[in-house]
Design a protein around this ligand. Sequence first.
Ligand code: HAM
Length: 421
Amino acid sequence: MEIITAVKGFKDILPEETEKWRFVENVAREVFSRFGFREIRLPVLEKTDLFKRGIGESTDIVEKEMYTFLDRGDEYLTLRPEATASVIRAYLEHSLHNAQAVTRLFTIGPMFRRERPQKGRFRQFHQIDAELLGLDDPRADAEIILMLMHFLDRVGLKKVSLELNSLGCSSCRPAFRNVITEFLQGKEAGLCDDCKRRLGTNPLRVFDCKSKECQEIIRGAPHLGDFLCGDCREHFGKVTSALEEFAIPYTVNPGMVRGLDYYTKTTFEVTTEHLGSQNAVVGGGRYDRLVQELGGPDIPGIGFAVGFERLLALLEVPESASAPPPDIFLASLGEQARNLAFTLCNQWRLKGIYAEQEFSSKSLKSQMKKAGRLNCSYTLILGDREIEERKVELRDMKTGTQQTVSLDDLDQHILNLIKER
Ligand code: HAM
């Protein structure tokens, strides 16, 4: 019978990888908490309208990539394609804004987008997402970027670029929209069908289109940066000077619009040359209208999401992030010895020791080989004869020395040895 495999674009994370995942998560938790961020855990399923309203109806994500289905209760539900809309839904639903004026939240978990799977692009992927709500101060933008860059540095990510842009606000973007519409209207015939349609609904999306023809056309387009209002220009200037104060290198990428509609003012991506076409490891930006658009009060926000798989693909995770070897391996010869090994092994585990034992009746030689392979610190050799004599052999695997220990003192002896290390 054929085995049933995982769904295309959905990956298993095997034990040798989970250690690296935990290492990255631990660094994120430690760094983020020092900046005052608290963890929130959210459901993966939300009402479809949350993303339609939040991310925008004419984005690729909402138009083509969401896993949406009609639930038995006749309600459209969607596997979350990103975390920001869900964080704000929870923030509003639980009135977190009433408890404090500034709220810093982070969440780690799977997201779902039905994109074409390829290197660095999956249908279930994971994000480390951080959101700072309640501050429109440009120093908040710099603070969250500083935290992000510090986190990337702490996990050991090298050779990345931070790209920044400003997408303006509701007072300067409409004017730019007219400019870009006029520019694209002259070139409409060369645009892909999606962008022809977007020309009427959301012309800025053309900047983000993956088709080569559209990319070629947009290369010559005017940039939003040249049409920013005084307030947005000043905001951006303050963000960049705060980043300079912390010696964070950045480049301004005036063509970066991001793939979600909620952004205002500062947007940013962290990119690398080592991921092929999927070069963004992190995406983020300010969204001063989103909380209101999701039915809440006028509260500004800014955040980012790190693509977990993309980050891991770039990392050399330190040795300390791999599974620790057993403290002790119990080799046993004979049925009585195996019974004792089973008892001791599990008693020691209950006392906080990592112990492994051999269940099969393999030769002592092959059990010793296994102990070596496991890289354990000590091996205990138990045979039926030794048990009768109430003495066992304990080998220190690092020095190769062996000593005889009385069965009566064994428990205390092992506890002392291992706990003292
Ligand atoms: P995003 O740019 O759509 O932004 O995604 C952020 C990151 O998630 C990307 O830079 C990438 O590393 C990773 N990612 C996205 N799609 C995939 C995929 N199909 N396979 C693997 N990795 C992927 C957001 O999601 C925003 N919510 C970020 C944000 C938070 N903005 C403000 N707050």
